[in-house]
Design a protein around this ligand. Structure first.
Ligand SMILES: [Fe+2]
Length: 362
């Protein structure tokens, strides 16, 4: 016997997950298959948790950590009742291969970002047919999210040779095929080659950040999305240039936690990405600026506007809630893996620069 549950909205709520888990408790499935984008897969992960462990406390599970493998809180054991399968219908979030899920308590507005390897799906079915007719907005927002995953995983303090190779290859593929996917989406035609390449690249970027984690781009995008209802991928796109410039600043800074290298080296890491993408330049600075320009060009090419202001025209509202957004971004779990540890004042400046499109040039 099987049952389908489709009542999942973007930014899935605890109420939605509870509803799904209640349904599961009724007919006791031994396989749960999540078909959808990041929101559907995240909601299904939480339903899986609630189905296996109805007694869990989300505040406990969402407790932040320094090292995911040495946590004070022991995540409940998963997979005793059901096998969990993910089938992504957009190329970007990577949720099908990551141990992360974000759920919102609709009564308080609190977002619980959960992270534990217990949340890893048992199987991911990455099939471009499921993504073939994704509309332009979804194609560009999810595609640029995958770019942000690869960029952050590559510069992360937790990056390894394993995650580097996945991140670099993902970026090479995305730069080549995302524009083609976008064109196909606009023309409402199928492009099986480009869609399959993007499907693979998004999952590879997911595998990279599942192990190397992310950085302050995601911390800031999470809050920008929560405060101003900007799609997750777009929110990352809006912070991308600013965070790259912040991390690449060659002046020695306080490094992030547990860095696997002796000195800050984000600029060198970004230059390696530029090399892999065939982006040149006469000096380090020029090559880095060319990389940033190429990213800006890619975003423009797939219909993403350049500044936060383009998406949040109410300047007074943006400024009025900026300090809350800054504090929450600083406190986000993703901040810890960033190669350069930001001050709250620096996060605020990055938001302002990204709002007005006045980027701090290194
Ligand atoms: Fe993301």
């Amino acid at each position: 016997m099987f049952t389908t549950f489709s009542n999942v909205a973007p930014d899935p709520t605890l109420a939605c997950a509870k509803e799904g888990a209640k349904l599961m408790a009724g007919f006791k499935p031994d396989v749960i298959i999540a078909v959808g984008g990041g929101s559907a897969m995240d909601a299904a992960k939480i339903m899986w948790v609630l189905y296996e462990h109805p007694e869990v406390d989300f505040q406990d599970m969402a407790m932040r950590f320094m090292d995911i493998r040495k946590r004070v809180y022991t995540f409940p054991k998963m997979g005793e009742k059901a096998y969990f399968v993910c089938v992504p219908t957009s190329a970007g979030t990577g949720s099908e291969v990551t141990p992360f899920a974000v759920i919102t308590d609709e009564t308080t507005g609190t977002k619980y970002p959960l992270a534990d390897y217990a949340l890893m799906p048992n199987m991911a079915i990455v099939d471009a047919d499921m993504q073939m007719m994704a509309p332009p907005g979804l194609t560009s927002a999810s595609g640029i999210d995958a770019v942000s995953h690869a960029l952050e995983a590559y510069a992360s303090v937790m990056a390894t040779d394993y995650t580097d190779s996945l991140a670099i290859r993902a970026l090479q593929v995305i730069f080549k095929y995302l524009p083609e996917c976008y064109d196909a989406a606009v023309a409402k035609t199928a492009n099986p080659v480009a869609r399959e390449k993007m499907a693979n690249a998004a999952t590879m970027a997911g595998m990279a950040f599942a192990n190397a984690f992310l950085g302050v781009m995601h911390s800031m995008a999470h809050k920008l999305g929560a405060f101003h209802h900007i799609p997750h991928g777009i929110a990352n796109a809006l912070m991308m240039e600013e965070v790259l410039r912040f991390n690449a600043d060659p002046v020695p800074r306080k490094m992030g936690t547990f860095s696997q290298y002796a000195y800050p080296h984000a600029l060198e890491r970004y230059l390696e990405i530029a090399d892999a993408l065939g982006i040149g330049g006469k000096s380090k600075g020029e090559k880095f600026n060319n990389l940033v320009a190429a990213i800006r060009e890619l975003q423009k090419r797939i219909g993403i506007k350049p500044t936060i202001r383009d998406y949040v025209p109410d300047e007074q509202d943006f400024l009025a809630r900026l300090d809350d957004m800054v504090e929450q971004a600083f406190d986000d779990q993703c901040t810890g893996a960033n190669p350069r540890y930001p001050l709250m004042s620096e996060i605020k400046q990055m938001y302002l620069n990204a709002y007005y499109g006045k980027h701090t040039v290194v």
